[in-house]
Design a protein around this ligand. Structure first.
Ligand code: FCB
Length: 444
């Protein structure tokens, strides 16, 4: 099965990449890595399917060379990876030389293969020592994150192509402190609002450290929400506006306009940390690019009987992935066009994650994943329509290079372009990987 496009259909210089994140692949028990809130949250019954954790994961810590060879063989231009704070600073503040040495080796191995390293500084491994002081609820955490940023960038900043500060602040703050879906698994509006601000402050703090260091090509990776009302009644439309404030405007307004959305501050501003207004200049520093992660849409209905945000999600009618997420490429197109028109204008945009989970199996040494081939194809066609309409798209990263630790869902959900047998650690590129190779490896 092949894609309906090739590299030639994209503008010159458009980057094709594959993405991963440290905790999901490295193996947190290797290399004197410290404990993170993911290790402890996973060790608590009921939080993670199968009580799986990232202690071994894909053993990428030892097998990175093989994995980078795979990326190269697919013809990808770039690799998006992340640094684990708990590996770099096991107690949240003291540098683990083994950790920095590892990222140093990794970046060398990426560049040696002619691949562009795209670094994400924080993809969720909060050191347990930082969790002990309240994690993202405490203003100290963003300040310490600045120190982590400095340590990483002083060591590998000379070789990375671009840097993202934070992966998916909505997940760090809202999903983890209001919906309870990820570590630390809280369900508390005050905790959530503090985290919603402090994660933005962590971004701003890191930006300042990076700029002071002379680092360029800086951005952030957001999982903005494309929400649609369950019906055309006024309450559902109003609830969708609130969904939009929580998922999209909170982040876009603060980054690009220097303030938080008024409807949210009116509703829950009393839970914000004192003096948050003074941080807005730091948070809204100019970016060089914006990364957007997209998987599905949200369908929103009003829940007036519940406390704010007075809304619920509804299951949609479209075909779904192994995650139960609807396949809806049109949502990516609408989201990118809206962000371009309302906020970012000439700023380059990248799809920094897009992909789907599937119950993939190996048969006769092959892993066929035709639904994923079509998923990628349809979403890349959506990107092409954006480009045709003048959206300055700069790249696209498939999630994920490897099957990996899918957070609260453990190892059951397979997102990889490459199948991983967790018993043997054998890697088998799937048909979707081959489709990428055919479409992009020529005329690189
Ligand atoms: C995103 C995360 C990534 C992965 C995908 C499926 O929210 O950034 O680590 O889990 O979802």
């Amino acid at each position: 099965m092949a894609f309906s496009f090739t590299r030639q259909d994209f503008p010159e210089g458009f980057m094709f990449g594959a993405a991963t994140a440290a905790y999901q692949i490295e193996g947190s028990k290797f290399g004197k890595c410290g404990s993170s809130h993911w290790d402890t949250w996973a060790a608590t019954p009921g939080n993670v399917v199968g009580a799986d954790d990232g202690s071994v994961a894909c053993d990428h810590y030892h097998r990175y060379a093989e994995d980078l060879d795979i990326i190269k063989s697919g013809g990808f231009d770039a690799y998006r990876f992340s640094t684990s704070w708990a590996r770099v600073m096991p107690d949240g503040k003291t540098i683990n030389q083994d950790g920095l040495d590892y990222y140093d080796r990794l970046v060398d191995a990426i560049t040696e293969r002619g691949i562009k390293p795209n670094l994400t500084l924080y993809h969720w491994e909060l050191p347990s020592a930082m969790a002990d002081i309240g994690g993202w609820m405490n203003r100290e955490t963003p300040l310490r994150f600045g120190d982590m940023t400095r340590a990483v960038i002083e060591r590998i900043g000379d070789r990375v192509e671009r840097v993202a500060t934070i992966n998916e602040p909505w997940c760090v703050a809202w999903l983890s402190h209001f919906l309870g879906g990820q570590a630390p698994g809280l369900r508390d509006i005050r905790a959530a609002m503090r985290a919603m601000h402090h994660i933005q402050l962590a971004h701003g703090t890191a930006m300042q450290v990076l700029r002071d260091h002379g680092q360029d090509n800086l951005g952030i990776v957001l999982n903005l929400g494309h929400g649609e009302p369950a019906s055309q009644n006024a309450d559902d439309i109003a609830a969708t506006k609130t969904f939009d404030a929580i998922h999209t405007r909170w982040f876009m307004d603060s980054l690009f306009k220097g303030h938080y959305p008024k409807d949210m501050i009116d509703a829950v501003g009393q839970h914000m940390p004192d003096g948050y207004e003074n941080d807005m200049d730091l948070i809204s520093q100019p970016l060089d690019w914006l990364g957007i992660n997209y998987y599905t849409r949200g369908i929103v209905k009003a829940a007036p009987e519940q406390p704010w945000p007075h809304m619920d999600g509804v299951e949609g009618p479209l075909p779904k992935t192994q995650m139960g997420w609807e396949i809806y490429p049109e949502g990516l197109e609408m989201l990118l066009k809206r962000i371009h028109a309302e906020y970012t204008f000439d700023l380059p945009l990248m799809v920094t994650e897009n992909g789907m989970a599937n119950d993939d199996t190996i048969e006769n040494g092959r892993c066929d994943d035709p639904v994923r081939v079509k998923y990628f194809d349809d979403h890349l066609q959506a990107v092409l329509r954006c480009i045709a309409d003048g959206v300055p798209m700069q790249g696209y990263f498939g999630w994920s290079l490897l099957d990996n630790y899918e957070w609260a869902f453990g190892y059951e959900k397979r997102f990889g372009l490459v199948h991983v047998d967790y018993e043997t650690q054998v890697r088998t590129p799937k048909a979707s990987f081959e489709a990428f190779r055919q479409a992009i490896s020529t005329n690189r």
